[in-house]
Structure formats: structure tokens, C-alpha cells
Design a protein around this ligand. Structure first.
Ligand SMILES: Nc1ncnc2c1ncn2[C@@H]1O[C@H](COP(=O)(O)OP(=O)(O)OP(=O)(O)O)[C@@H](O)[C@H]1O
Length: 302
């Protein structure tokens, strides 16, 4: 299957009277790692299940490479469900081989791929163990291997990082980046916003079944002014009060100032220098976490 963009186009879904998705659209481009974030119950799992085709949308369409996803193209998607879907009593290697064969690989290819991912994901010593006897983190590694074992053209992962230790997070991050670099559109949901900010090329924020922001982290955090961190050891409290477009957010050994887009940072530097030496003067843009709080504030989801 060739490279392409995964397009989620105006999908909607109701559960009875509850509107879970209301015209959700976003693209995950070939070679892109896309972070899908939103509060509990915002609609992430519903969107991903529809993208995979295990759940039917009431409206809208999902396309890959310009074509509507069909039963055949669906087998080219690697999916990691939130409710981990492994066979508890099956051994790790047997399970991966079985899943690869189910996706149409020959016995030889299935074995080769299964052993490859077992090695890559640090599961070599567990390959003959039943899945149910593994720790949760290792079960998750097997689940990732299960999503990858058939060489998918698209990866859709529901909270792949939850419950992983820092080393496993590094392994997972590396594998996802590598797949993206190989031209696979990769979308994953997560509540770990620092990780999403660090890892993803683009991010989409969903709130109550609607996309409220889509873009690179730099694009999304560019608006709304920025912060300046100033350390001027000789400064007296109130040194920055009254500077145009400047709000004092924190004052102490280090002062944190909120700057409106119109504020003149050089005037702030001059005011700081007027108090004596300045040992730190740096801009800090909004973090994804701050942006997220603003984007989803004032309403719970459930
Ligand atoms: N099978 C179902 N029947 C009825 N309502 C459902 C069903 N599945 C999900 N919902 C509702 O649809 C909304 C979206 O749920 P969804 O699981 O997609 O959210 P989510 O963003 O994945 O949440 P979380 O971060 O908690 O996993 C929620 O209000 C949820 O209660």
C-alpha cells in the first residue's frame, strides 16, 4: 500500500441521545506524528474506533490516500485499542504470529516480523510467556508489537503511553518516530501533554465532540502573548509595575511577566537594568498544557 494521508472528514456519532462527535475533521499526513488530546469523554476513542472501522459513524467519512477506507484497506491499519485486546492465555510469540497471519502475512513473514518486534521492544525473555502473566507495561509492549507486526501503512494508537515506565516511554517514542519517518501517518491519543508537545509534529484538541484546535505546537501556542522571565537580584518589588502591556504574574527572586502582543520587551529590559545587574532575561511561550487548559476550560465533559 502506498503512502498517503489519513483524512477524518466531518465524522459524527451519537450514542442514543448523547452526541459523542459533532463534525470532527483532521488530517494525519504521511510521515507525521499527530497527537490527539482532549479531556476524559471528549471523543478520542470514538474517533479512533471510527477511523479503524470497528465503529460506524452516523455521518462523515474516513479516507486514506484519497480513498474511502474499506474492509480491505482496514487491514493496513495498525491499531492499539484502549481496552487492550490480547488473548490472555496465548503466548507472546504465538499471539503475534497469529495476528500477523490474520492480516495476510505468510507464516515465514509473520514469524520474522514477530521475532523482530519482540527483539526491538525488549520482550525476548518473555516470548514464551502467556500474556496474562506479564506486567501491565510489558502487555502494552506486546500490544504495540501487535499493532506493528503486519507492517501497517497507518498507525492509530489509543493512549499507548499510559502506564509505561520512562524507559518504555523512550522505546515507544522511538518506534513511533521511526514509523512516521518511514512515511506512515501516526496518530495517538494521550493525556501526557508534555510528551505530546515534545514528540508530535502536529496536535489536535477535541472538546465535547468538536475539534477546537489543530496545528503544530508552535502555531497553537503562538497566540495569546507570551511570558518573560527576568532575574534582577537588586530589583525592588514593583519594579515592572506600570510598564505598558505588561502584567506581573510572579514576583520574587525571579519575576515572571505576562506580555501582551503589543508590549515592548526592550523597555522591560531597560527597566530591569535600571535596577542593577540582570542575570536572566528570557521569553517563555505558552506550554501545550496551558493552551489545553484554556481550550477545554469552563465545562466538564461527562
Ligand atoms: N458505548 C457507548 N455508549 C454510550 N455512550 C458512550 C459509549 N462510548 C462512549 N460513550 C460516550 O461518548 C463520549 C465520548 O467517549 P470517548 O470514549 O470517545 O471519549 P475519550 O475522549 O476517549 O475519553 P477518555 O479520555 O476518558 O478515554 C463520552 O461522553 C462517553 O461517555
Amino acid at each position: 500500500m502506498t503512502e498517503g494521508t489519513l483524512e477524518i472528514d466531518r465524522i459524527s456519532k451519537r450514542y442514543g441521545a448523547k452526541v459523542a462527535l459533532d463534525g470532527v475533521s483532521f488530517d494525519v499526513r504521511a510521515g507525521e506524528l499527530f497527537g490527539f488530546v482532549g479531556s476524559n469523554g471528549a471523543g478520542k476513542t470514538t474517533t479512533m474506533r471510527i477511523a479503524l472501522g470497528v465503529l460506524a459513524a452516523d455521518g462523515g467519512e474516513v479516507r486514506f490516500g484519497g480513498r474511502k477506507i474499506t474492509h480491505e484497506t482496514r487491514t493496513h491499519i495498525g491499531y492499539m485499542p484502549e481496552e487492550r485486546g490480547l488473548y490472555p492465555k496465548m503466548k507472546v510469540l504465538d499471539q503475534l504470529v497469529y495476528l500477523a497471519e490474520l492480516h495476510g502475512l505468510s507464516a515465514n513473514e509473520a514469524h520474522r516480523n514477530a521475532e523482530n518486534w519482540i527483539g526491538r521492544l525488549g520482550l525476548a525473555e518473555r516470548r514464551k510467556d502467556e500474556v496474562q502473566k506479564l506486567s501491565l507495561g510489558n502487555q502494552q509492549r506486546v500490544q504495540l508489537a501487535a499493532a506493528l507486526v503486519h507492517d501497517p501503512a497507518v498507525l492509530v494508537l489509543d493512549e499507548p503511553f499510559s502506564g509505561l515506565d520512562p524507559l518504555a516511554v523512550d522505546v515507544m517514542s522511538g518506534v513511533l518516530r521511526e514509523k512516521a519517518a518511514a512515511g506512515v501517518p501516526v496518530v495517538f491519543s494521550s493525556h501526557q501533554l508534555d510528551l505530546v508537545e515534545r514528540l508530535c509534529d502536529r496536535v489536535g484538541i477535541i472538546r465535547s465532540g468538536r475539534m477546537v484546535a489543530v496545528g503544530t505546537v508552535a502555531e497553537l501556542t503562538a497566540g495569546g502573548g507570551s511570558k518573560l522571565v527576568v532575574t534582577a537580584p537588586g530589583a525592588q518589588p514593583g519594579w515592572a509595575a506600570g510598564l505598558p502591556g505588561v502584567r506581573v504574574l510572579e514576583e520574587g527572586a525571579t519575576t515572571v511577566l505576562g506580555l501582551d502582543p503589543s508590549a515592548d520587551d526592550q523597555a522591560v529590559l531597560a527597566a530591569a537594568l535600571a535596577t542593577g545587574p540582570v542575570t536572566e532575561f528570557s521569553r517563555r511561550r505558552r506550554s501545550l498544557t496551558e493552551l489545553f487548559r484554556d481550550a477545554v476550560s469552563d465545562k466538564g465533559e461527562r
